[in-house]
Design a binder for this molecule. Structure first.
Ligand code: DQA
Length: 144
């Protein structure tokens, strides 16, 4: 069973980017821990990060037929991208939307997501643990 973890723009800067909001772990740290968790759950996982909207759309399209579940933090594209929404709906792969910060405590423009109503669940404000929580849920409910 295959899991795809997608991170969007600026998440490659985790660890140095606004650490008071996003924490001190780098994306590599987070992904390494997720890979261990996935192995413990008997799931295979792939990781993808891009700062480019079209590349994210391409990666989602490529998941069709070989990925069972997607965990996605689309970063700022969450709040702007009809294209990423359409890609996720188009491949019809269940997904959980993750945000490291609690977007609802922040600027009003972060309160709307183009993805949430298509998502199995939305996790925000749990820090990097949000990805882990999403993975446990996916493993239990979608990857058996
Ligand atoms: C984010 C929240 C978004 O509003 C922001 O643009 C990000 C990161 C988060 O993980 O908290 O880039 O998705």
């Amino acid at each position: 069973r295959n899991l795809l973890i997608i991170n969007g723009p600026n998440l490659n800067l985790l660890g140095t980017r606004e650490p008071e909001i996003y924490g001190s772990h780098t994306l590599d740290d987070i992904n390494r821990e997720l890979a261990e968790t996935a192995a413990g759950l008997g799931a295979r996982c792939e990781f993808y990060q891009s700062n480019h909207e079209g590349d994210l759309v391409d990666r989602i399209q490529q998941a069709m037929g070989n990925i069972d579940f997607i965990i996605i933090n689309a970063g700022a594209y969450t709040h702007t991208s009809v294209a990423i929404r359409d890609a996720l709906a188009g491949v019809n792969i269940p997904f959980i939307e993750v945000h490291i910060s609690n977007v609802h405590q922040r600027e009003a423009f972060r309160h709307h997501s183009y993805l949430s109503d298509k998502a199995v669940a939305v996790i925000c404000g749990l820090g990097a643990y949000g990805y882990t929580a999403a993975m446990y849920y996916a493993a239990k409910h979608y990857l058996q």
